[in-house]
Each structure stands twice: as structure tokens, then as C-alpha cells.
Design a protein around this ligand. Structure first.
Ligand code: NAG
Ligand code: NAG
Ligand code: NAG
Ligand code: NAG
Ligand code: NAG
Ligand code: NAG
Ligand code: NAG
Ligand code: NAG
Ligand code: NAG
Ligand code: NAG
Ligand code: NAG
Length: 395
């Protein structure tokens, strides 16, 4: 009796295990069925009625083999969605939010219009959201605040509107945020200064106004700051000069003012790219710029800088572009162009623009010929330079 009962128990345990593994199997296939249904609903909206869109997304293939779909190996759930360069012109279906195992959404240049569905906020595992080069409009849905794993948000080249949401300040793990080339208005929210993980911030080509918030000076990991072609005004806040890791500072075409160049060499020793043209910056050209040994692009055109350009640029061995046109540099004196001699050391130089300043002096014939081994784009008009046009220019 005892033996019978024991074996009966074993049998029932085995029976229970069978049921359990069956439900597990049913559960797994149900979940991946959810993914398949969600993907087909996505295709329907992507395709926008085009019967030739995504031919591989059909039920004779397992969906993990569909074009642009990657699955996690263990669970066979969709982990990445990557489609590029198509012309379907559809929209993003809300079923995107049902693919709860997604880590990466990379849907770039597939002519999507419509809004970003709020259901994206269900994607707790999402690391990368790259929807660049579409025609998405509307505001960024606040639900994205719930994608707590997001590290990269790239929405550049769309038609998104509204203010830059201040809730970005609580996306604490984001390293890259690009909202450039949209229609954002209003000011830059100071709360962005809370995203301490941020390394690249790109807000160029919008309609932003107001001043640059001092809180951005807390982003100590920032290497790339691009705010150009907006309507920002006022001084560069002193706190920004704390960002010693900055490699690219691009603030072209705003209404910014103050003595920018004086602070740069000490503040940003790793600077590679400085573009601050078309603003209202003033002051002189500090000789300490020659300490920026990583400098490649230097574009400060159309500001109100004055005084001499120091003849100490020869240490900038990586310089490829030097644009100082449309300022008040020089004083009509013969030694104004001495800095050109030091540029002979900059063997990578490709573009040199010094037009519309007050440079004087005589153009020494072989100086130009010595400037670079490769062709240099040269622009020197509207100064007080005299002498013969060097015959070496033929080369
Ligand atoms: C997405 O999930 C919701 C909620 O679970 C469900 O009601 C809906 O049918 C799903 N839609 C698609 C297309 O998968
Ligand atoms: C499904 O997609 C595969 C791969 O593109 C293709 O070979 C097959 O013909 C398609 N099946 C149907 C029914 O469209
Ligand atoms: C998205 O895909 C494109 C094309 O493959 C790639 O260049 C880009 O780096 C990807 N985006 C991210 C954030 O990885
Ligand atoms: C974020 O998720 C929480 C919990 O699921 C929910 O209560 C909240 O409404 C969500 N927030 C947004 C903005 O959707
Ligand atoms: C962008 O949106 C604005 C309205 O917000 C609209 O007037 C404009 O045509 C849109 N641009 C494109 C390229 O769709
Ligand atoms: C985020 O930044 C704002 C403005 O700089 C500040 O008032 C707020 O306390 C910060 N929040 C957190 C959680 O750090
Ligand atoms: C830029 O901002 C100034 C005020 O700071 C304003 O007068 C001007 O109209 C704005 N320009 C544009 C194009 O929005
Ligand atoms: C720059 O950083 C230092 C410490 O790293 C801090 O004491 C100082 O207040 C900061 N300066 C500004 C202007 O924020
Ligand atoms: C360049 O940096 C060195 C120290 O790194 C400093 O002593 C020197 O004064 C700087 N040169 C200029 C011209 O500022
Ligand atoms: C050119 O570079 C060499 C080697 O780095 C350096 O010794 C020299 O001083 C530089 N010349 C000028 C004009 O800066
Ligand atoms: C140009 O280079 C040649 C050869 O290196 C040198 O002799 C000459 O002095 C240079 N010319 C100028 C104006 O620096």
C-alpha cells in the first residue's frame, strides 16, 4: 500500500511535470506568436499599401529570419529591428510597443510619417532608439520616460515639434541625445544638466531661443556639444568651461556674445572642432590657441574679433580648416600676415579663409606655395594686402 502510494505520487509528480513543461512550451510559443502578430501589424503600417514591401515577412518563414529582424537566441523573441533606406512612406504602428524584448530600434530613412507611438514607453529593455531621417511629426511622447534602459536617442532629421521635454532630465543613462534638424521651439531645459551620463548632445538646426543653461556645465562626460543654427543668445555660461572633455563645440549661427576665445584653450585642451561663426563674439585671438594640439577645424567667421592673429599656429599639426573671415583682424600693418608663415607647418591644411578683415602687408611670393602639399582653398579678398599675385599660385 505504501509502495503503491509512493509510486502513485511519483507518477503524479511526473504527470504534473509534463503539464508544467507543456504550459511552458505553450507560453513560449504564445509569446513569440505575440511578436509575430505585432510584426505583421507593423508591416501593414510601414508598407502603406505597397504589396512589394518586406517580401520576406511572410508566414512561410519563421519571423526571426525576416529581413531586419533579430531575435534573442535563448527566447526567440525580437531583440532588434533594423531597416534602412526604403521609400514606403508608412507610419509606426502602436504594436511596436508589444515587442517587449526589443533592445534596438533602428528604422532610419524609411520615410516614416505620423507620430512616434506612445506605446514605445512599454519597451523597458530598449537601449537604442534611432529614428533619424524620417518625416515624423508631433511631440516626443512622454511615455518614453519609462524606457529605463535607453542609452541612445537619435531623432535627428524629422519634423518633430514642441518644446524639448524637460523630462529628458530623468533619463539618467542616456549617453547620446540627438534632436537636430527638427522644429523644436522654446529654450533648452536646464534639467538636461541632470543627465550625467551624456557624452553627445546635438540640438542644432531647430528654433531654440533663450540662453544656454548653466546646468549644462554639470555634464562632465560631454565630448560633443552641437547647438548651431538656432536663436540662442547671451554669454556662454562660465560653468561650461568646466567641460574639460569637450572635443567638438559647435555653436554657429546664434546670437551668442562675449569673449569666447580667451577661455577656450585652458578649458578645452582636447578640442578638435570649434565652429562658432555667425555670432556676436568679441575679443582678441589668444596665442594660447596654439596649445590646442588636436585642433582640426577652426571656424570663427562673421563675429567681431579684432587684433593680430599670432604667428604661433605652427604647432597645430592636425589643422585642416582655418576660417577667420569677416572679423576685424589685423591693423593694416606689414607684419599682419606673419601668421601665414607659421601655417606652413600645418601640412593637412585644406581651407584658409581670411577675407573681409583689416590685414595689411605684402604677400610673399613663395609663402602661398609653401602652405600645403595638397591644394588649399584660399580666400583673402577685401583686406589691405598688396604686392604681386604670386606666380606660385599656378601650382
Ligand atoms: C498588442 O498588445 C495589446 C495588449 O496586450 C493587445 O490588445 C493588442 O492586440 C496587441 N496588438 C498587436 C497588433 O499585437
Ligand atoms: C516568403 O519569403 C521568402 C524569402 O524572401 C520567399 O522565398 C518566399 O517566396 C516567400 N513566400 C511567400 C508565400 O511569399
Ligand atoms: C543604425 O543603422 C545605421 C545603418 O546601419 C547605422 O549607421 C547607425 O549607426 C545605427 N544607429 C545606431 C545608434 O547604432
Ligand atoms: C510609466 O510606467 C508606470 C508604471 O507602469 C505608469 O504608472 C506610468 O503611467 C508610466 N508613465 C508614463 C508617462 O506613461
Ligand atoms: C513639418 O511640419 C510643419 C507643421 O508643423 C508643416 O508645415 C511642414 O510642411 C512639415 N514639413 C514636412 C517636410 O513635412
Ligand atoms: C534636475 O535639474 C533641475 C534643473 O537644473 C533641478 O531643479 C532638479 O532638482 C534636478 N533633478 C534631479 C533629480 O537632479
Ligand atoms: C531671435 O531672438 C531674438 C530675441 O533674442 C528675437 O528678437 C528674434 O526675432 C529671434 N529671431 C528668430 C528668427 O526667431
Ligand atoms: C567647475 O567645477 C568645479 C569643481 O569641479 C566647481 O567647484 C565649480 O563651481 C565649477 N564652476 C562652475 C562655474 O560651475
Ligand atoms: C601652453 O600650455 C603650457 C602648459 O601646458 C603653458 O605653460 C603655456 O603658457 C601655454 N601657452 C600659451 C601660449 O598659453
Ligand atoms: C613647426 O613644427 C616643428 C616640429 O614640431 C617645430 O619645431 C617648429 O617650431 C614649428 N614651426 C612653427 C613656425 O611653429
Ligand atoms: C618656402 O619653403 C622653402 C623651402 O622649404 C624655404 O626655403 C622658404 O624660405 C619658404 N618660404 C617662406 C616665405 O617661408
Amino acid at each position: 500500500m505504501l509502495i503503491f502510494s509512493l509510486s502513485h505520487n511519483i507518477i503524479s509528480i511526473i504527470f504534473l511535470l509534463c503539464i508544467a513543461s507543456q504550459t511552458l512550451a505553450v507560453h513560449v510559443s504564445l509569446s513569440s506568436e505575440t511578436d509575430q502578430i505585432a510584426l505583421l501589424a507593423l508591416k501593414d503600417k510601414f508598407a502603406n499599401g505597397d504589396p512589394h514591401a518586406l517580401p520576406s515577412w511572410n508566414e512561410s518563414l519563421q519571423f526571426c529570419q525576416w529581413e531586419g529582424v533579430t531575435c534573442s537566441r535563448r527566447r526567440m523573441r525580437v531583440s532588434a529591428l533594423q531597416l534602412q533606406n526604403q521609400y514606403w512612406g508608412g507610419t509606426l504602428a502602436p504594436s511596436l510597443g508589444n515587442l517587449t524584448f526589443l533592445k534596438e530600434i533602428n528604422l532610419t530613412n524609411i520615410k516614416l510619417h505620423g507620430e512616434i507611438p506612445r506605446e514605445v514607453g512599454h519597451l523597458k529593455r530598449l537601449h537604442i532608439l534611432d529614428l533619424r531621417q524620417n518625416n515624423l511629426h508631433g511631440q516626443i511622447p512622454v511615455e518614453i520616460i519609462n524606457c529605463s534602459s535607453l542609452k541612445v536617442i537619435i531623432l535627428q532629421y524629422n519634423n518633430l515639434t514642441g518644446k524639448i521635454p524637460s523630462w529628458f532630465g530623468s533619463t539618467m543613462q542616456v549617453t547620446r541625445l540627438s534632436l537636430a534638424f527638427n522644429n523644436f521651439v522654446g529654450s533648452i531645459p536646464p534639467s538636461l544638466g541632470n543627465v550625467s551620463s551624456l557624452e553627445k548632445l546635438t540640438l542644432a538646426y531647430n528654433h531654440l531661443e533663450g540662453s544656454i543653461p548653466p546646468a549644462l556645465g554639470r555634464l562632465s562626460k560631454l565630448t560633443f556639444l552641437s547647438l548651431g543654427v538656432n536663436n540662442l543668445s547671451g554669454l556662454i555660461p562660465p560653468s561650461l568651461y568646466n567641460l574639460s572633455n569637450i572635443q567638438t563645440l559647435s555653436i554657429t549661427q546664434n546670437q551668442l556674445e562675449g569673449n569666447l576665445l580667451m577661455n577656450i584653450p585652458m578649458a578645452f585642451p582636447n578640442l578638435q572642432i570649434l565652429t562658432c561663426g555667425l555670432n556676436r563674439f568679441t575679443g582678441t585671438f589668444p596665442s594660447s590657441i596654439s596649445n590646442l594640439s588636436e585642433l582640426q577645424l577652426f571656424d570663427i567667421i562673421a563675429n567681431d574679433f579684432h587684433g593680430p592673429v599670432p604667428p604661433t599656429l605652427g604647432s597645430l599639426h592636425k589643422l585642416t580648416l582655418f576660417h577667420v573671415a569677416r572679423n576685424r583682424f589685423g591693423s593694416g600693418r606689414d607684419d599682419d600676415l606673419d601668421f601665414l608663415s607659421s601655417l606652413q607647418n600645418c601640412t593637412q591644411l585644406q581651407q584658409l579663409a581670411i577675407e573681409i578683415n583689416k590685414f595689411g602687408g605684402i604677400l610673399i611670393e613663395d609663402l602661398i606655395a609653401n602652405l600645403s602639399s595638397s591644394p588649399v582653398w584660399l580666400s583673402m579678398g577685401s583686406n589691405q594686402i598688396y604686392g604681386r599675385i604670386p606666380k606660385e599660385l599656378e601650382n
